[in-house]
Design a protein around this ligand. Sequence first.
Ligand code: SAJ
Length: 413
Amino acid sequence: MSFETISVVGLGYIGLPTAAMFASRKKQVIGVDVNQKAVDTINRGEIHIVEPDLDMVVHAAVVGGYLRATTIAEPADAFLIAVPTPFKGDNHEPDLSYIESACQTIAPVLKKGDLVILESTSPVGATEKMSGWLAVARPDLTFPQTHGEKSDVRVAHCPERVLPGHVLRELVQNDRVIGGMTPKCSAAATDLYKLFVAGECFITNARTAEMCKLTENSFRDVNIAFANELSMICDKLDINVWELIKLANRHPRVKILQPGPGVGGHCIAIDPWFIVDAAPEHAKLIRQAREVNDHKPHWVVERVKAVADRYKNPVIACLGLAFKANIDDLRESPAVEIVQELAKLRDARLLLVEPNISQLPKGLTDTGELCDLNNAIEQADIVIVLVDHKQFALIERSAVLAKVVIDTRGVLC
Ligand code: SAJ
């Protein structure tokens, strides 16, 4: 199948880099987003998210006339939907309303022969639901759930798997799982991704592709929970967990991940719940891992409080606010959660060190002062390492000798 015009719906952390990759292959790309500000920014050749090198690729695509953003869908040969799939309510139930409204957006311009791909991380069955919503909106067209290989529109789920901070490289190099609703749907989707994907494309059905993405992130979550549980056990038994993991990992079949202050980001802390929601009676380990990882920030806070109680007006340096090392993304960060809890301590002063930002975001401005690393360490009674940013590895051990150090990332151990 050939694709001259490709539309990407949702121009966020996944949609925009993906749109830019197609554009870099000299395809006409129409990006669609509900956010007028984001649309205007992209049309100026600029970006509204942080991802290394993305600014250059988007700028080149826009200036070259290959990428254009709009709030209203236009006809295309393929549509990729990359919108958020958050929770609804307090029970970690998946909210598919963004996918449903993306369907309403593209339905009027869909035509026979088009391909629709769901890229958003989704609970099992979401692709079939999406196809159902499109069928209701366009009764004049046929879809795979009723017409199989003879359908007018092809539909597939092809989950994204890229690591924030390395998105452009991983978009090209990672293997892809292509879950078509029929073999022809898979074949069409493979043709589309082959425009820029150098990794292998593995074909399966839509439900398996949905579950595969959830499985990858749940696997990582369960393994991080194992490391986090170990860290709490080791703390009680007075054992250095970092040394322990290093030693255990010398076994040829052991590969333990690293403990931290909790699990942040927009994927690993969310996706496992989609499995728990679908099969709560079986997903016991997956649920338990989520609970262990969600508990870890509270455990860290309790440890800090126990130490802070020994001081009259403790000065606490919090090293790192991002959700992981060497990025500036503070959203869903366990470090932020910990700082917000510590800010409730009476008489404590918090010095916040985050080398990747120049001002504190809303929600943190009342918690403490943004401070440079050396200054914070010099003034602090207690130093908490919350993120393993590269700058923190350079801290002179002598500078913290007289301080109480609570190192959740093993940077100073
Ligand atoms: N973390 C630890 N210990 C570790 C590894 C990570 O505490 O040993 C923490 C990090 O500090 C962070 C959180 O886990 O708070 C998540 O970070 P991450 O680097 O593991 O993953 P993300 O959320 O940046 O990206 C993940 C990736 N999934 C997998 O590695 C299986 C990525 O490939 C996915 O595309 C992405 O989720 C997504 O969009 O789903």
